[in-house]
Write a protein that binds this ligand. Structure first.
Ligand SMILES: Cc1cc2nc3c(=O)[nH]c(=O)nc-3n(C[C@H](O)[C@H](O)[C@H](O)COP(=O)(O)OP(=O)(O)OC[C@H]3O[C@@H](n4cnc5c(N)ncnc54)[C@H](O)[C@@H]3O)c2cc1C
Length: 407
């Protein structure tokens, strides 16, 4: 009875394998009829699962190889960001961005286009310069940026094979100061606030038309950005009202290395006990205010079941299955209470409210859009289907979600 991190999905797979070498992994993949890769289990839906078998890379060798002259790092795919962010810093490098928590695996984050915030920052998948992948025949292939298949292979939903290594672009190490400001009116300033610093997150519980908190993560060398109409928090805050900020990264403008400020949560703490579900919808940035107002129209349905919502900005990219494909994006995220029966009707309603904006859901969170609707929102889907057929002609890596999308 193996479950995901949130405990809302019990994997149906008949076995979870833990190969310790690449040779073992390749032979496992070659001989297994249906198999999918499992990362750190942070997806909230059945994306990782299969009626066949699962394979975890957690016991594979942990490799972190920095190429300083190329400003790149090659990492084993199963590593969590927290396992190598400090190593990069010690060598004078950093990843440009990180998600809200550093506990997730690089391959799982990449496969689902996991993102942080910042109008100028792409998703974490946009840092990928190359990937090594064991395909259905057990062969190890390398697909590098510039090759024809690359833009299709990065955000892959686990449907192309088992990624074993990734090469990531780095930037020079940098410092961030994090401030929390309270009480931003939901109005015309929202985009300007999201654009106001390196990475900005807006947190609201939809109890009113005021955004509870603005988390400003600015480069330590940039002048302080104060969102208009807000009040600086008088102490550290947790995004969820009344929760202790103990497990949050340092605030109040204390400068720190980027990997210790860009995530909201510290690596040494579990951000919560998994008592939550999550949903996230992505809309074009020009539709952001209208989309937020559409959610506000049903705030009486959202507020009772939401712990907190987070609004972030993400730059457009070229990755075929990325929710940010060719669209500068604002994402509207919901951390729900752990009560699926009460939450799911609200998720459906949100899907309807945000349909006029062609909202794309986060692949790893809860949504109930039909495959037809999903397919209509990805212009390169046919190309991905062709790529998947070429690398996985028998559908070894498919599951129901992938089948629905690619049928
Ligand atoms: C508390 C919490 C906070 C989160 N915060 C954010 C956030 O800030 N931003 C955001 O965008 N998302 C966020 N997420 C969502 C999270 O980033 C995604 O669920 C991501 O997929 C997690 O990676 P994982 O390794 O746990 O994936 P898993 O759930 O294990 O797998 C997800 C998918 O990745 C595939 N996969 C995993 N490993 C491999 C591999 N080696 N090769 C091929 N495919 C593979 C799986 O097959 C599956 O399809 C959060 C989730 C949680 C629980």
């Amino acid at each position: 009875m193996e479950k995901n991190w949130a405990g809302n999905v019990t994997y149906r797979a008949t076995a979870i394998h833990h190969p310790a070498t690449l040779a073992d992994l390749r032979s496992l993949v070659a001989r297994t009829r249906r198999i999918r890769a499992l990362g750190t289990r942070h997806a909230f839906n059945e994306l990782a699962d299969t009626g066949g078998e699962l394979v975890s890379l957690a016991r594979m060798p942990k490799e972190v190889e920095v190429d300083s002259s190329a400003a790149q790092v090659r990492v084993s795919a199963g590593l969590r960001y927290a396992q190598f962010a400090e190593d990069l810093d010690l060598k004078g490098f950093a990843l440009p961005n990180l998600a809200s928590l550093p506990h997730i695996s690089v391959a799982g984050a990449t496969a689902t286009a996991t993102h942080g915030s910042g109008s100028g920052n792409g998703s974490l998948a946009t840092s990928v310069a190359g990937l090594e992948i064991v395909t259905a025949d057990g062969e190890l292939r390398t697909i590098n940026r510039g090759e024809e298949d690359f833009d299709g292979a990065v955000v892959n939903l686990g449907a192309l094979g088992v990624v074993t290594g990734l090469t990531l672009d780095l930037v020079p190490a940098f410092e961030i100061r994090q401030y929390v400001h309270e009480g931003l009116p939901l109005g015309d300033d929202v985009l300007a606030v999201l654009d106001g610093a390196y990475s900005v997150s807006l947190f609201t519980d939809w109890s009113s038309d005021t955004i509870n908190q603005v988390w400003v993560k600015q480069r330590a060398t940039d002048p302080e950005f104060v969102p208009p109409g807000t009040t600086p928090a008088d102490g550290p805050r947790h995004p969820v009202p009344h929760m202790s900020p103990e497990n949050c990264t340092p605030q109040l403008g204390v400068p720190g290395r980027s990997f210790e400020r860009l995530p909201h949560f510290r690596p040494e703490f579990t951000p919560s006990a998994g008592e939550e579900l999550q949903t996230e919808f992505m809309v074009s940035r020009q539709d952001a205010l209208a989309a937020l107002r559409a959610v506000h129209e049903i705030h009486d349905r959202v507020h009772p079941v939401v712990q907190i919502s987070e609004v972030r900005a993400i730059a457009a990219d070229e990755l075929w299955l990325s929710p940010f494909h060719r669209r500068d994006t604002v994402s509207i995220h919901f951390t729900w209470i752990a009560d699926a029966a009460r939450v799911l009707p609200v998720v459906s309603l949100l899907g309807e409210k945000l349909a006029p904006f062609d909202a794309r859901p986060h692949w790893a969170k809860i949504f109930d859009m039909t495959p037809e609707v999903l397919r209509s929102r990805y212009e390169r889907l046919q190309d991905f289907r062709d790529l998947a057929r070429r690398l996985d002609p028998e559908g070894k890596f498919r599951n129901e979600m992938v089948d629905g999308l690619l049928s």
